[in-house]
Write a protein that binds this ligand. Sequence first.
Ligand SMILES: Cc1cc2nc3c(=O)[nH]c(=O)nc-3n(C[C@H](O)[C@H](O)[C@H](O)COP(=O)(O)OP(=O)(O)OC[C@H]3O[C@@H](n4cnc5c(N)ncnc54)[C@H](O)[C@@H]3O)c2cc1C
Length: 376
Amino acid sequence: MALPPEVCIRGAGIVGHTLALLLARERVRVALVAPPREGPRPEDVRAYALNARSQRLLESLRAWPDADHATAVREMLVHGDDGGRVHFEAGQQAVDALAWIVDVPALEARLAEAVRFSPQVDVVAEPVKAALTVICEGKASATREALGVAYDVTRYPQQAIATRLRAELPHGAVARQWFNDRGEVLALLPLGGEAGHEVALVWSVEQFRTSGLVAQDEAAFCDGVRAACADALGALTLTSPRVAWPLQRATAERWVGRLPVDQGGGAWALAGDAAHTVHPLAGQGLNLGLADVAELARVLKERDYWRSAGDARLLRRYERARRADVLAMGLATDGLQQLFSQTAQPLPQLRNWGMRGFDRLPLVKRWVARQAMGLA
Ligand SMILES: Cc1cc2nc3c(=O)[nH]c(=O)nc-3n(C[C@H](O)[C@H](O)[C@H](O)COP(=O)(O)OP(=O)(O)OC[C@H]3O[C@@H](n4cnc5c(N)ncnc54)[C@H](O)[C@@H]3O)c2cc1C
């Protein structure tokens, strides 16, 4: 790169790649830090539920995977632990899809390819000096820690198991979720296109059950899933390894600041999981991270021509705009998780009654659906 970069992005995950492409589109020179790996990275078995806002963003960057790797969700069925049920339909919400279930390796490959074709983006092994450093290193960010920024973590008493399954019956483009009375949530998300039989499983289970379920004999594990989903898709077989993730909710105490002089003294900002994490039950973590970088890119694009990318006023505007959204989502997912963790009556009865009541309120349902779709 002939000229030094204006923005250095530390962390080349989905959020870091997306920011690099957004800035490159505005002709901002970017260094994307991706330290070389030792050996191949294990394939991510997860599939993400992405909302309409994220879909439009990635599509505009030409990084949206093809229809086989980004399955449109036409219906969503959420089951309570005692007969409660909420049903969302794309048609009723006047949209084509409620969300898309996206194969993570396919999305990562599209983003990496788009970056390769961006002359404004230089992929580097080490951080470089720039007016603004954006930290997209994920929840365990070492740079955030070295800067002494507190990351206030609340751990949930569950862990999430993710894997892929092949189902006897077609999924019908329906995303299905079951809550039980111990705060456990099973999600079966449609993959492989609309007529597909493949589903991504995300099962948040009590911590003490995790290692047993991951190590369990495959047929017994599939029988357990079949029982937990009331046999919704017939016989199931595993098509990938099972991987467990700890679950947490966290927010960084500060999102913007200045680097020490010996590191160049430029400004820094956090984005994505480096700034916040939420429970995956609502499938919103990456959606929030993508909304962060969309907002940061917007603020930088609309700046006065004489302001640098590291201008403190701009960065505070970014922090204010994003914090409120992240707080609201964190509270909503936390509240849902808590609501289904209570076993003492009358809560179990009330929550299922509440779900049935909610299902009959089209306007409230529409409001909630539009929030989740990122269209509010
Ligand atoms: C089980 C599970 C299911 C989920 N499902 C959904 C879902 O359905 N929908 C949704 O929106 N979200 C979901 N999420 C959340 C989603 O996984 C995260 O929000 C998202 O991956 C965050 O992306 P990121 O780029 O910020 O961080 P990461 O994906 O963690 O990427 C960080 C990158 O930075 C690199 N890095 C780390 N340290 C350094 C360093 N010091 N220098 C340089 N590089 C560094 C890492 O190698 C990595 O490449 C789920 C999470 C879990 C655990």
